[in-house]
Design a protein around this ligand. Structure first.
Ligand SMILES: *Cc1c(COP(=O)(O)O)cnc(C)c1O
Length: 385
């Protein structure tokens, strides 16, 4: 819950808006660093979770690298002060401009997702008279036990190179002296809360490494991606994710070969809890089964509930003293029935003008906002330490 002082700050701000708790972000970064540095792991921040400049500034200062999935994210990372040798670039559909831009800037590594992509990178590297470092993004066929829209490591998904294609890829790579194969990359999905999934990933990576070793192919870098989940339900008790247990799993189950560096790409677990969407209640409307609390924020500000049926904790920050709980569907103003933040929620009685907090909105929130219905969002607020 926010302090009365903070709620008073929110009262004086036009809604809807995002608020970021930079103190919590710093705490999260410190916990992540403490846990990963024990094993000398290299951790990159996945910009797609939140590319807000204030946030990137804190993340840069914490020493993380940058994981980008578009040319503009690479541009944003460079503008924010990340150096090219800290930048990795993934994505199934890198376009020509993006690839040329990344080559021109000598980024650390392309995480390549197909043979045709390798061919294009080789061609553009030749044009630029450069060598491009590449890692093969392999689809390990490991089930992430998460929502099917954010599962990425199954053979049916569009991501990565399937294991049975590897002989062909390795053979083809011989024609491309402009490509330097420096490692392997994996990313099996997002919001993973069942940590056994990461253990399965380790087992699969070990097998795949064995395959490469038997062909005397040396891989300096192993990148196991991101995906560590956050607690959308018990927010207050889990503001900082359990990075210690997460990294311990890799330390225990991933076989590291001599001279190898292990890389991670975390997004949600770094920024998820530090962001909240604040809105006001416009109307309380009686329905047949339930009441509707109609907010001035909608799927245009936070699309996760509409897109993935995602749960976000909702709080009434300004209930009247002694208010009792009533049941509400909390909805947005957008002309779509999917524009709903939660159904049949019990909240202290809601009235017009109440401030509503939608928690754990720091990741895949503001970055996925749209201008649908020509809607606008008010200026973002930052809470300092
Ligand atoms: C999205 C993404 C990540 C980050 O995922 P989180 O679940 O936010 O940690 C990491 N690597 C790649 C390649 C991604 O696409």
């Amino acid at each position: 819950m926010f302090s009365q002082q903070r709620i008073a700050l929110f009262q004086n701000h036009p809604t809807p808006f995002y608020v970021y708790d930079l103190g919590l972000l710093e705490k999260t970064l410190a916990a992540m660093n403490a846990a990963s540095s024990q094993y000398n792991y290299h951790v990159h921040y996945a910009l797609k979770a939140n590319s807000n400049r204030e946030i990137l500034d804190r993340i840069l200062k914490s020493g993380m690298g940058a994981d980008c999935v578009s040319g503009n994210e690479i541009k944003r990372a460079l503008e924010s002060g990340f150096t090219p040798d800290q930048i990795v670039f993934a994505g199934v559909g890198k376009n020509d401009t993006e690839i040329r831009f990344a080559i021109a800037n000598d980024i650390f590594c392309f995480n390549c997702e197909s043979l045709p992509e390798l061919e294009v990178i080789a061609q553009f590297a030749r044009d630029a008279n450069k060598t491009a470092r590449v890692a093969l993004r392999i689809n390990p066929n490991v089930h992430a036990n998460t929502h099917h829209y954010i599962t990425t490591g199954l053979e049916e998904n569009k991501f990565g190179i399937n294991i049975h294609e590897l002989p062909e890829v390795i053979e083809a790579m011989k024609q491309y002296p402009q490509l330097e194969l420096i490692g392997l990359h994996f990313h099996i999905g997002s919001q993973i809360t069942d940590l056994n999934v990461f253990r399965s990933l380790c087992t699969r990576v070990n097998e795949i490494q064995e395959w490469f070793a038997s062909r005397r192919i040396i891989l300096k870098h192993i990148n196991v991606g991101g995906g560590l989940g956050v607690d959308y339900h018990d927010v207050e008790n889990n503001l900082v994710p359990d990075f210690k247990t997460y990294f311990e799993i890799f330390a225990k189950f991933l076989e590291v070969r001599q001279g190898q560096q292990i890389h991670f790409e975390l997004g949600r677990s770094i920024v998820g809890q530090c962001g909240t969407l604040i809105s006001r209640v416009l109307y309380v409307k009686k329905g047949v089964q339930t009441n509707f609390a109609i907010l001035d924020a909608g799927m245009t500000e936070l699309i996760r509930p509409a897109l993935y049926q995602a749960y976000h904790k909702i709080e009434n920050l300004t209930p009247s003293p002694g208010a009792t709980d009533l049941r509400y569907d909390v909805v947005g103003p957008v002309c779509e029935s999917s524009d709903c933040f939660g159904k049949a929620l019990d909240l202290p009685e809601v009235k017009r003008g109440d401030l509503i907090a939608i928690r754990t909105a720091g990741a895949y929130g503001e970055v996925m906002a749209s201008g649908y219905n020509l809607r606008e969002r008010e200026e973002t607020m930052y809470l300092p330490l």
